[in-house]
Write a protein that binds this ligand. Structure first.
Ligand code: ACO
Length: 430
């Protein structure tokens, strides 16, 4: 039965607003007619209480620590699926059968190469350029090579561009690394899995054979799956905002990559390792850094801690913490910062400041330690996050484009500036 909420406004204005229910019984008050009927808008800086869309891709419950892609729990996907299957699931709404998976994999292989002209772009970047700057620029550049598309146009252009992006982003990421270390580019190979192919493009050199280590390949597969979508986070909301102006898939995803780069979002995985190294170099006095994090004037936060939505635990962090121990043991890697991370977590979780604010380790707290163990350089960590998040951005772009009711994103504001004043000629100004 449909219900309404009743809002009483100053001046005896009363408005009934429809109440929406999600399939997991989440509730929302639909305010889409509020301004036209009353002149009021709502204020919600950071959009912590604002639903911007209805979506059938990802469900998460921050209180219960639940995350599901298309209904399937993240724990099941993490332990059983391949990243390519998960990408298909997120974009097309169902797990692929063998024929569909083969066709999708074939498309990824077909599109793995870069246009040869694009290779020259890499030599134009400064040697200091952050790989996220290179990646976003290169993804935006793909618009110059492939047709613009709309998900609903029925031409297959969307399917081709989605496959191009998933496949080429891996080639772009590996080539940008090769450029930074001055090694020749290694081209993709069709008979390798998505993750094995990436590791080979990153670490093979022409002089020797390269056999991807299955432990490393599995670890990468797991990390990419755990990052594949997370409903309306900062970068995904950015992709949707840009797409709402009918920008192309490449342009929208390039914007998402830039939003992800920030240290409060995907850039946190790099910052976690830098923070742990800093604590270690400082003598490992964790208490000192906990105190700094509690002191608002210090400007210091425990990176990899806290989440806008998860307020009990981040289910991805739970999976990653377990994987971290496994992977390091299997690879025979002893990383002192893993011990430091565990101590920091233990101390923070028993500290009133963190308990009261429900601050727990998020997905980024342990991911960097695995990336480091499998040889990924620290400044590439956020690029790895982008590779993982890409199916989510593509699926959300498609969902928006397929929705005939979507409108351009255009929030309102409450103006708090100077009221009307006259222009003063320069010779009359104080
Ligand atoms: N260390 C210390 N204090 C923190 C931290 C932290 N990591 N995170 C939040 N707090 C404190 C805030 O200072 C605030 O305290 P107050 O109520 O006394 O003012 C309170 O906890 C609430 O924090 P907000 O910033 O209001 O929470 P918000 O939901 O806006 O931010 C965020 C979430 C950005 C993730 C935040 O927790 C943070 O900065 N964490 C560190 C960066 C990080 O790990 N980002 C990755 C997030 S996961 C991802 O994007 C993939």
């Amino acid at each position: 039965m449909s219900q309404n909420a009743v809002l009483h406004l100053p001046g005896d204005q009363i408005i009934e607003l429809p109440v929406l229910s999600g399939s997991e019984n989440e509730k929302a008050v639909d305010i889409s007619k509020l301004r036209s009927k009353t002149g009021y808008i709502t204020m919600d800086p950071g959009y912590g209480n604002t639903g911007s869309c209805e979506s059938s891709i990802t469900f998460l419950d921050g209180e219960k620590g639940i995350l599901r892609y298309r209904g399937i729990p993240i724990e099941q996907l993490a332990s059983q699926a391949s990243f390519v299957e998960v990408a298909y699931l997120i974009i097309y709404g169902k797990l692929p059968n063998q024929t569909e998976l083969d066709a999708f994999t074939g498309k990824l292989n077909h599109h793995a190469l870069l246009h040869e002209d694009m290779k020259h772009f890499f030599s134009s970047f400064s040697g200091q350029a952050h790989p996220m700057a290179i990646l976003s620029a290169m993804v935006a550049s793909l618009s110059g090579y492939y047709p613009e598309e709309s998900a609903t146009d029925g031409t297959g252009a969307f399917d081709a561009n989605a496959a191009r992006l998933i496949s080429k982003i891996r080639t772009l990421a590996a080539f940008s690394y090769k450029k930074s270390v001055g090694q020749p580019f290694i081209y993709p190979k069709d008979d390798l899995s998505y993750c094995a192919n990436f590791m080979r493009m990153m670490f093979a050199v022409p002089a020797t054979d390269y056999e991807p280590d299955p432990v490393v390949v599995d670890a990468l597969n797991l990390l990419l799956i755990l990052h594949a979508d997370h409903e309306q986070n900062c970068s995904t909301a950015t992709v949707r905002t840009v797409a709402s102006s009918h920008a192309s898939l490449f342009a929208s995803v390039a914007a998402g990559i830039l939003a992800l780069w920030g240290p409060l979002h995907g850039g946190a995985n790099q910052k976690v390792i830098e923070m742990l190294e800093m604590i270690r170099a400082d003598g490992g006095n964790i208490g000192k850094f906990i105190d700094m994090a509690k002191d608002k004037d210090s400007g210091f936060r425990i990176m990899g801690f806290g989440h806008r939505v998860y307020k009990n635990f981040d289910p991805r962090a739970t999976v990653i913490k377990k994987a971290c121990d496994n992977v390091l043991t299997k690879l025979g890697v002893q990383d002192p910062i893993l011990d430091l991370a565990k101590q920091l977590e233990e101390i923070a979780l028993s500290d009133d400041y963190f308990v009261e604010r429900k601050l727990y380790p998020n997905v980024d707290f342990y991911s960097g330690i695995i990336y480091r163990a499998i040889g990924i350089p620290v400044n590439m960590f956020t690029v790895m996050f982008a590779l993982g998040r890409l199916p989510g951005w593509i699926g959300q772009w498609k969902e928006l484009m397929d929705d005939p009711t979507h409108r351009i994103t255009r929030p309102r504001q409450i103006y708090q500036g100077q009221t009307e004043v006259d222009y003063v000629p320069i010779d009359k100004r104080a």
